[in-house]
Design a protein around this ligand. Structure first.
Ligand code: CP
Length: 318
């Protein structure tokens, strides 16, 4: 693989391979000096045309832990503001010597377009409503470790709740969870579902309360007010009353069940309970695992990740 653009491009075996590689990166991250020379000499450029806290910082940390050089391109102070096109921006930075671009863009398909204008690897860090593949991988890794499911998700029931229509996380997670064998139910008001779910390996429900006691994972999505052109919800209070995770709803979940959220959270909307008070919350584990997963992805694309050598991760990054 040269690029990571979509979960659809990965087989179940490749997802398992990346999760196993992530186990090694977790071990590296637990060392007193969490740094290895695996990507020494490689140059990784973050190109975020949309805001980010988790994805941008975890890719940067991941690249540094592998000893890659990193460049954070600040759109707000770049020549994009003078009208420079995406193509010219990519070709210009590529001319400085780039091994991988990590690209976030508000337009679906932008990372795919970028592959035409550079020889560097492209990693999709979220494009429009389309895909966010490393989020799906870190979510799979979190479920795999939290529920001790190294061999796959057969028999697990995962509900993804909320604004499915506008969510690249939902599209990516559905594909990844289903590829690993989970049963996936989408829970949302009809206005926050895509117009067609043809080909989606999912069931649909509008009744969160009926499902709650039977779930292994409750995956809440952010209500994306910035992507809503129309009034798709009568009010946020009504959304909360039907689909928000309140303490009372959390108390009806199975003791082993996980609560997940990709962040950023709308407290008081989809997350009414205090996540710090929820025994099943693995939301901060998702963030922690994001670094190791992104190390695995960078190593897979730029290093010898398809066939890990014992020397790759030895700790001599001085
Ligand atoms: N989950 C996620 O993509 O978060 P950021 O927008 O903060 O990167």
């Amino acid at each position: 693989m040269k690029h990571l653009l979509s979960i659809e491009d990965l087989s179940a075996a490749q997802i398992h391979h990346l999760l196993e590689l992530t186990d090694h990166m977790v071990e590296v991250s637990s060392r007193p000096i969490p740094k290895v020379p695996a990507l020494r000499g490689k140059n990784v450029v973050s190109l975020f045309f949309e805001d980010s806290t988790r994805t941008r910082t975890s890719f940067d940390t991941a690249a540094k832990r592998l000893s890659a050089d990193t460049m954070n391109f600040a759109i707000s102070s770049s020549s994009v503001n003078k009208g420079e096109s995406l193509r010219d921006t990519i070709e210009t930075i590529s001319a400085m010597g780039v091994d991988a671009f990590v690209v976030r863009h508000k337009s679906s398909g932008a990372p795919q377009m970028v592959t035409r204008w550079t020889n560097a690897s492209i990693i999709n860090a979220g494009d429009g409503w389309h895909q966010h593949p490393t989020q799906a991988l870190l979510d799979c890794f979190t479920i795999r470790t939290s529920l001790n499911r190294r061999d796959g998700f057969d028999g697990l029931h995962i509900a993804i709740v909320g604004d499915i229509k506008h969510s690249r996380v939902a599209r990516s997670d559905v594909q990844a969870f289903a590829a690993l064998g989970a049963r996936v139910t989408l829970v949302a008001p009809p206005t926050l579902l895509p117009p067609s779910l043809d080909g989606w390996p999912v069931e649909v429900s509008h009744d969160l309360d009926a499902l709650l006691p039977h779930l292994d994972v409750l995956y809440l999505l952010r209500v994306q007010r910035e992507r809503m052109d129309d009034a798709l919800l009568p009010s946020l209070d009504e959304y909360s009353a039907m689909y928000g995770l309140t303490p009372a709803r959390a108390a009806r979940m199975a003791p082993h069940a996980l609560v997940m959220h990709p962040g950023p959270m709308n407290r008081g909307v989809e997350m009414v309970a205090d996540p710090g008070e929820l025994p099943g919350s693995v939301i901060l584990n998702q963030v922690t695992n994001g670094v190791a997963v992104r190390m695995a992805v960078l190593f897979w694309l730029l290093g010898s990740g398809a066939d890990l050598k014992s020397s790759d991760l030895k700790g001599d990054a001085s």
